[in-house]
Design a protein around this ligand. Sequence first.
Ligand code: PMP
Length: 285
Amino acid sequence: MSVCFLNGEFGPLADARISPLDRGFLFGDGAYEVIPVYSRRPFRLEQHLQRLANTLEAIRLPNPHAPSEWAAMVGEIVARNPWDDQSVYLQVSRGCGERRNHAFPMLTRATVFLMSDELVTVPAVQLENGVSAVSAADFRWLRCDLKSTALLANCLLRQLAVDHGCAETVLFRDGFLTEGSASNIVIVQDGVMIAPPKSHLMLPGVTYDVVLELAARHGLPHEVREILEDEVRAAEEIWMTSSTKEVLAITTLDDRAVGNGRPGPVSRQMYTWYQEFKTTVMRGG
Ligand code: PMP
């Protein structure tokens, strides 16, 4: 039974209760983070907490905790759950009003919720063969940089992939790549790794940052610039990056092979660097 934290108390997840008036439930009025934990050490916790702070500020929800308090709560959740490798989910909603009303309540206490689960790693067969993706028009709002709990559009777009037996939906807006329904996307063209620039149209991924840092550290040619849909469709390699998928090659897009239909050499190299980085930085190996 996994242990969660809700409004000041730790307890079994199955026993946790919130009010139906909670604005997170009624409006998706909240912010969240998913933090991978390796060997009981949270990965890039500071960056996740900074992104949470950025989202909370943008949605005008006062951050209920200082970074040191958040770190203590995350540490406690990790300690109280049984797995060495976990994925910690953390959510803050704008709490409850007295009745349902779109405008913010005058006085409210944020609802703070943390839970954790065993970190599910990418199956070996997916690492070996890559995964398939479909594409779709990015019909989300214009603040995709915020990690808001209002994820209906992302859910619909992700389900589209599932409906097609695929792992991810690659999103295009006005002829340009934005990201995936639950990941960032980078491509390789002529051996150069190309990542779209951070903007309001994509989530600034923690893994995206790590991948760019690793490219710089190891001297992999790379660019950060807007990527045309046509460039994605003609790319040698396409990868998705996220905290839970890490670096995962997309080898089929809309039923057409990407490159030769196998994970390319650059994605394999980046995957290796990422694993090394985790081992040295995270596991203290
Ligand atoms: N974009 C979206 C829409 C996401 O939901 C996620 C996280 N699942 C990412 C990008 C990747 O972010 P991170 O590397 O911080 O997990």
